[in-house]
Design a protein. Structure first.
Lengths: 637, 135
């Protein structure tokens, strides 16, 4: 890039009162290096400067009170609502070039409904990307002053005020306008960004702590081993059981016998019970005569034959008894005859038959029960007999049942073992899965730790680098600061015609740039302070201007230096000298004033841009901008 | 009153197969209705006779001989002989004569009763008893 640039032209659309203007800063197609912009208050001088500043640094979106905030640059007619695109284009030509082919064009656009400015830079026909555009910009305009309103290639009241506030902090403030001027911040952005990224990653790694430990993994391994052994043991026992199962398996007959055991026992019990019942009911030998009597008596009753009560007359010799009795002459003869007759044709003794009548009903009941008992017995005997015929014996069934119980027991045990093995195998599977998980996690933890160590190592290098840069910065800043101070003094010596004061940097903890009265060494501060006699305002202003000039020169910005009514208190001769020095030093300069006297200050000027803005005009556009501005050799009026 | 026409030594006989010592156990214990076998031919004779009287069965059989018995033993305590003779006399008065009663018992009652014994099972015997005991 060339050393310095001149402004060739500007196109402004919808910026404050400038609705649509084209300002040509050339004279016979060549840029005017040194010029004056002259106009009364409200003629648009400041608007042009604001437009240049906005094109350079863009909209201040965050600070709504900043003169370059979004709504502050709207035309008044918009009433706070954007109604179109805002565009400012500037064209620059380097001192070393006379052809427009290498002109740099910078165009900034704030579109309606857009949240950011669009920046376009081109050189000739070549359009640059955003990064390259910003790079060009910073080379031309210097570093973006950020929240400061001041600009390093523009000396206005704002710059002088800002400079006066920060000048004492120049040495050690990291937020210093002074430092910004000098573009001294060595970019540590890349390192800081890497550091932040690493710190974020360290934080992220630190948060995801694993839950597995080596001890846990060891425990799982032990558990798995134990389980495997146990499964092996159980499997062996299972095989033994399998063999037992075979030994205790029942054939069909045994199965049948086992199944029938219960009914076999039941049948035998029934038989026994039937036997006992039968035994109790059977007719005993001694009861047979009673039964016969009952049967015969019942038969006679059924035949409606009455049973006589008779007795066996042959038991005694009734004739002899009668003969004997008659001899006694005590018994009447009729009775003797009866007694004698008992012996004759005596009957059978029916006493038993007669008595048996009382027993008929009980014998009926007895016989019924006996019949039932016999039936029961026969049935039970048949059932038992049936078992016997089928080879179902007590021994066989008992043996079969015992075998079956044993077999069932083995089966149960077999099933239980199988189940246990199944459970253990499932457990084993789960544990192996857990082991795999733990192993993977521990590996990941190990990798994380390695990564953490690596990040920490990288960060320690970055910290060392940053410290080194900071130290370099310090030295560099100090060097630049010292050279800038020297420059201030040089400017002062060149411009100050009175010679009453000299600038000096106080040698204390917070050094301040002050004026020292040569004759008595009294100190004049730029800010009001105690015990200080106030120097003339002109000297203070001159010191500020010299400081701004020195800083601007140190900053490396390539813009034309713009002085905007910054020396109201400086005497005329000194002003002339100031303007002469600036024009010579910077090669390209714009003086902005509303004072006709000041407007004549620039010798060897390339022209005066006269601005006139009558109050009836609300904005400048194609219809009136020719009237609004014109180039003359001198200021009008 | 029934005239006593039988004598103590009047002999009767029962088939050998229902006689103790030679007889069939099932006949002798009434198809298990008895807890022990009948002890004498006289009881066997009464058994057959009673069955025949209940069933009113008096078929005539040729005498085949058998084990002889008298009523003397029956009349010692239980007067079974008296009861039997009385019952026979009441049920078959026309047969109760000195000339005929012997063959009636030997050739009709006892054989008929024996036939019942050999042809009946325990249930049938019980039913025979019940048929007369149910008044």
């Amino acid at each position: 890039m060339a050393d310095n640039y001149s402004l060739v032209s500007m196109k402004i659309i919808n910026f404050l009162g400038l609705e649509d203007v084209n300002i040509n800063f050339t004279n016979k197609d060549q840029p005017r290096k040194i010029m004056t912009i002259f106009g009364h208050q409200g003629s648009g001088k400041t608007t042009i400067l604001r437009a240049i500043q906005w094109c350079a640094y863009g909209t201040k979106f965050r600070d709504k009170f900043h003169p370059l905030s979004r709504t502050k640059i709207f035309p008044l007619s918009w009433s706070g609502n954007q109604q179109g695109d805002i565009v400012v284009s500037m064209r620059f030509r380097s001192f070393n070039s006379i052809e427009p082919d290498n002109d740099i064009q910078c165009k900034r656009t704030l579109s309606i409904n857009s949240d950011i400015d669009k920046l376009e830079v081109s050189v000739g026909d070549e359009n640059f990307d955003r990064f390259k555009s910003e790079n060009y910009f910073s080379q031309i305009f210097g570093k973006n002053p950020g929240d400061f309103d001041a600009v390093m290639w523009l000396i206005r009241q704002e710059e002088m005020l800002t400079m006066s506030k920060t000048i004492s902090q120049a040495n050690n403030s990291t937020n210093s306008y002074f430092l910004n001027f000098m573009n001294l911040d060595v970019s540590e952005d890349a390192l800081s960004e890497l550091l932040n990224t690493n710190l974020e990653e360290i934080d992220r790694i630190g948060k995801g702590q694993g839950i597995y430990t080596p001890e846990y993994l060891n425990n799982i391994n032990t558990s798995i081993k134990d389980l495997e052994l146990k499964i092996q043991d159980y499997s062996f026992k299972l095989n033994v059981l399998m063999s037992d199962k075979k030994n205790f398996s029942l054939n069909a007959q045994e199965e049948k016998a086992a199944d029938l055991r219960e009914s076999f026992i039941s049948a035998n019990q029934e038989l026994n019970s039937a036997k006992i019942e039968l035994a109790n009911l059977k007719i005993k030998r001694g009861e047979v005569p009673e039964l016969f009597h009952a049967l015969m008596a019942a038969k006679l009753i059924k035949k409606e034959i009455e049973i006589d009560q008779s007795f066996d007359g042959s038991k005694f010799e009734w004739g002899e008894i009668a003969t004997y009795l008659s001899k006694t002459n005590r018994i009447p003869n009729q009775y003797i005859d009866i007694i004698r007759s008992i012996g004759n044709g005596s009957g059978y003794d029916t006493s038993n038959l007669f008595n048996a009548k009382q027993k008929i009903s009980s014998w009926e009941s007895r016989i019924r029960k006996l019949k039932s008992a016999l039936t029961r017995y026969h049935k039970a005997a048949l059932a038992v007999d049936d078992f016997t015929k089928n080879g179902i014996t007590d021994e066989k069934t008992a043996s079969a049942v015992k075998k079956m119980k044993e077999r069932n027991k083995i089966n149960e045990e077999f099933k239980d073992r199988e189940l246990e093995i199944g459970l253990m195998e499932r457990n084993l599977k789960a544990q192996k899965k857990e082991r795999a998980k733990a192993t993977k996690s521990l590996k990941a933890e190990s990798e994380k730790r390695e990564r953490l160590d690596e990040l920490k190592r990288i960060n320690s290098v970055i910290y060392a680098l940053k410290n080194s840069i900071a130290l370099s910065n310090e030295d560099y800043i100090k060097e630049m600061f010292d050279s800038t101070i020297q420059r201030v003094k040089q400017y002062w010596n060149e411009i100050d015609l009175i010679g009453k004061y000299e600038p000096m940097l106080e040698d204390n903890e917070n050094p301040e740039f002050v004026l020292r009265r040569k004759k008595d060494g009294k100190i004049v501060r730029i800010s009001d302070g105690a015990n200080i006699s106030t120097a003339a305002g002109g000297e203070q202003q001159l010191l500020l201007v010299c400081t701004c000039l020195a800083v601007s020169e140190s900053s490396g910005a390539k813009m034309p230096m713009i002085l905007d009514d910054c020396f109201t208190d400086i005497d005329k001769k000194t002003r002339e000298k100031l303007v002469e020095v600036v024009a010579k030093k910077f090669g390209s300069m714009i003086l902005v004033t509303n004072d006709p006297d000041k407007g004549k200050l620039l010798k060897n000027s390339d022209g005066v841009l006269n601005l006139q803005w009558p109050s009836k005009w609300n904005q400048i556009n194609q219809s009136n901008y020719t009237e609004w501005h014109k180039w003359t050799e001198n200021v009008n009026g | 009153m029934v005239e006593k026409i039988t004598k103590t030594d009047t002999t009767f006989s029962v088939p050998r197969r229902i006689s103790p010592k030679t007889g069939n156990t099932m006949y002798l214990n009434w198809q298990n209705l008895l807890d022990s076998e009948m002890s004498g031919s006289d009881i066997s004779g009464v058994y057959c006779s009673v069955l025949a009287l209940i069933e009113e069965k008096t078929s005539v059989f040729d005498s085949e001989g058998g084990t002889k018995f008298t009523f003397s033993g029956l009349n010692n305590k239980d007067m079974l002989g008296h009861s039997l003779c009385y019952t026979i006399a009441k049920l078959y008065p026309e047969k109760w004569r000195k000339e005929t009663f012997g063959s009636f018992i030997n050739n009709q009652l006892i054989p008929s009763g024996y036939e019942i014994v050999t042809e009946s099972n325990y249930m049938e015997i019980c039913d025979i008893f019940l048929s007369v005991l149910e008044l």
